[in-house]
Design a protein around this ligand. Structure first.
Ligand SMILES: [Zn+2]
Ligand SMILES: [Zn+2]
Length: 245
């Protein structure tokens, strides 16, 4: 399975990184619609586009307003936006209020079912995460591979979600802060480096890819060497990167 990283930061974009957006072009799936969403159009190769939102903070949804240009030349593509019902309602009401954005793109809202079928005999499941306002993580399984996406939460190897991501081939996990910012991580609902590596180890995943890197940090390395000492197969994601897993 082929994964494209279209946005690897949170909060606001930088010259190096757009905000949260991952894409699995073969099956027409996008995870989060941050500013990286503008890059989806050039990778579209399916007649359906399923966008799964982790939550409705702006850095994960603003790209829904880019759909008109994403779909230019792809008018036949059916777009479904999946997320928790209350979040979808908030987006429809506020992001697409006429005073904020002039038109509703051609899409259907799809409140999250417990399980969703994916192309290539895949299935997607979700689980709740601790974050101000609430967020969800996703696990995607195919007969011969699997991945999980966990963002906007405070990593903890004892957290309930560790069981839900157990054994995946690829864990894409947020890592907003280096170690030493534990209090800030807790109050903002984000993660410091060491607990993220501990989660990967506790869940026995095959590899760990770090996203949602703090855009305002001088160093774009939240502590890779330290994390590798805990979980060797750790990598910091970059925009544009293609991963086969
Ligand atoms: Zn975020
Ligand atoms: Zn958030």
């Amino acid at each position: 399975m082929h994964l494209r990283l279209l946005g690897t930061t949170g909060y606001h974009p930088t010259d190096r990184r757009q905000t949260a957006c991952l894409m699995l072009p073969e099956i027409g799936v996008v995870l989060d619609a941050g500013t990286g969403m503008y890059r989806v159009g050039r990778l579209l190769e399916t007649n359906t586009l399923d966008i799964f939102l982790t939550h409705s903070h702006l850095d994960h949804i603003i790209g829904l307003t880019y759909l008109f240009s994403v779909l230019a030349g792809h008018e036949q593509v059916a777009v479904r936006v999946h997320g928790q019902a209350a979040k979808l309602e908030a987006i429809a009401e506020h992001l697409f209020a006429p005073a904020i954005f002039p038109a509703m793109p051609p899409l259907t809202w799809q409140p999250l079912a417990e399980r969703v079928s994916l192309q290539n005999n895949g299935r997607l499941s979700w689980f709740p995460l601790n974050h101000p306002g609430g967020s969800v993580g996703y696990r995607l399984d195919w007969p011969d591979r699997s991945m999980a996406y966990v963002t906007d939460t405070t990593a903890n190897p004892q957290a309930d979600y560790v069981d839900r991501i157990r054994g995946v081939d690829l864990l894409v996990h947020e890592c907003y802060f280096p170690d030493g910012k534990e209090e800030l991580a807790q109050s903002t609902g984000h993660s410091c480096a060491t607990p993220v590596a501990q989660v990967a180890r506790a869940a026995s995943v095959r590899r760990l890819l770090l996203v949602h890197i703090d855009p305002s940090a001088d160093s774009q390395d939240p502590g890779l060497e330290k994390m590798k000492a805990i979980f060797p197969q750790t990598q910091i994601a970059e925009d544009g990167q293609a991963i086969d897993f």
